[in-house]
Design a protein around this ligand. Structure first.
Ligand code: ZN
Length: 262
C-alpha cells in the first residue's frame, strides 16, 4: 500500500515523465474515484492545462496546473501511475488516462477501485491535507515537536499515533512497524508513556526507516533486513533471529519482536 516512500517514488516518476506536458484530454473509465466533481467538470477542468509542478504531502501527490488549480491524487490501496505511448500498453485497472500533448499517456491505476482523485482550487480545501501533521522528513519535524505530539496523545498506543495522519504525515502500517522495531519499542506501548530517553531513538528511527525505504523504491522492494522482508521469507527477527510475533492494533496486522522491543 502506498505510504510516504511509495508516493515519493511516484512523485519522482511523474517528474521524469509527464510533468511539464499539457493534458489534451482525459479518459475516465471509473468516475467513482473522482471525489471532487462530476466527470464532465473534471474533464473540462483539465483540458488544455499544463502540469507545471508537483509535490508530495503525506500520502497525497499534488500536481499544480498552469491556472493555479491543483490535481490531487490519493493512491489508497495499490494505486499507481504509468506513462506510455502505445494505447495497447494501457495497464490493468486503469481508472483515468491523461492524454498528453506529446502523444504519450499517463494512466492512474487502482486495483481495488478505492483510490481518490480531486481537482481543486487549493489543496487546503481537502480536509485530510488541511489537518495533516508535520512531514517526518521535513525541517519542521524536530525532536521537541515529536515530544509535544507524544505528550498530548493521551492514552493511544504508539502504533496508532504513528498511523494518525494528523499527528505525523505519511506513515502507514508497514513503516510504523519498521520504525518501532528500529526504535526497539513495543507497538502497544502508550504513546504518552514513553520516557525522554526513548524519544530520541524513535525520532531517529522515523527518519532513518523512511529515508531508507525511499532509496530502495518502496512498493514490495523493502530492504532485506526489514522486519516485513524477514517475515515474508519466513525468517526470524533481523536482530535476534527469534520468532516475529503478530498481533492486531487498530484492526491492522502488527509485527514485532517480543525479545528486542520493550
Ligand atoms: Zn528480536
Amino acid at each position: 500500500m502506498p505510504e510516504l516512500p511509495e508516493v515519493e517514488n511516484r512523485l519522482l516518476y511523474l517528474r521524469r515523465t509527464a510533468l511539464g506536458l499539457v493534458v489534451n484530454r482525459v479518459e475516465v473509465s471509473e468516475a467513482r474515484i473522482l471525489s471532487c466533481c462530476q466527470e464532465t467538470d473534471f474533464k473540462r477542468g483539465l483540458r488544455g492545462r499544463r502540469l507545471v509542478a508537483a509535490h508530495r504531502r503525506g500520502k497525497y501527490l499534488i500536481i499544480s496546473l498552469d491556472n493555479g488549480r491543483s490535481l490531487v491524487l490519493h493512491f489508497t490501496m495499490g494505486g499507481d501511475l504509468k506513462y506510455y505511448r502505445d494505447p495497447a500498453d494501457k495497464p490493468p485497472y486503469t481508472r483515468l488516462e491523461f492524454v498528453l500533448d506529446n502523444g504519450f499517456r499517463l494512466a492512474f491505476t487502482c486495483p481495488r477501485n478505492i483510490c481518490r482523485v480531486m481537482l481543486v482550487d487549493s489543496p487546503s480545501k481537502i480536509s485530510g491535507l488541511r489537518d495533516m501533521g508535520p512531514e517526518p522528513l521535513g525541517g519542521d519535524f524536530t525532536l521537541p515537536r515529536l515530544r509535544q505530539i507524544l505528550l498530548t496523545s493521551r492514552s493511544r498506543t504508539i502504533k496508532s499515533l504513528l498511523l494518525d495522519q494528523n499527528s505525523v504525515a505519511g506513515i502507514g502500517n508497514i513503516y510504523a512497524d519498521e520504525i518501532l522495531f528500529e526504535a526497539r519499542l513495543r507497538p502497544d506501548r502508550a504513546a504518552s508513556g514513553l520516557t525522554q530517553p526513548e524519544m530520541k531513538p524513535l525520532y531517529n528511527a522515523i527518519r532513518k526507516v523512511l529515508g531508507k525505504a525511499i532509496l530502495t523504491g518502496g512498493d514490495e522492494h523493502f530492504p532485506r533486513n526489514f522486519l516485513i522482508s524477514r517475515d515474508l521469507r519466513r525468517l526470524g527477527c533481523p536482530r535476534c533471529e527469534g520468532p516475529i510475533e503478530k498481533t492486531r492494533i487498530n484492526g491492522r496486522t502488527t509485527r514485532f519482536c517480543p525479545h528486542c522491543q520493550a
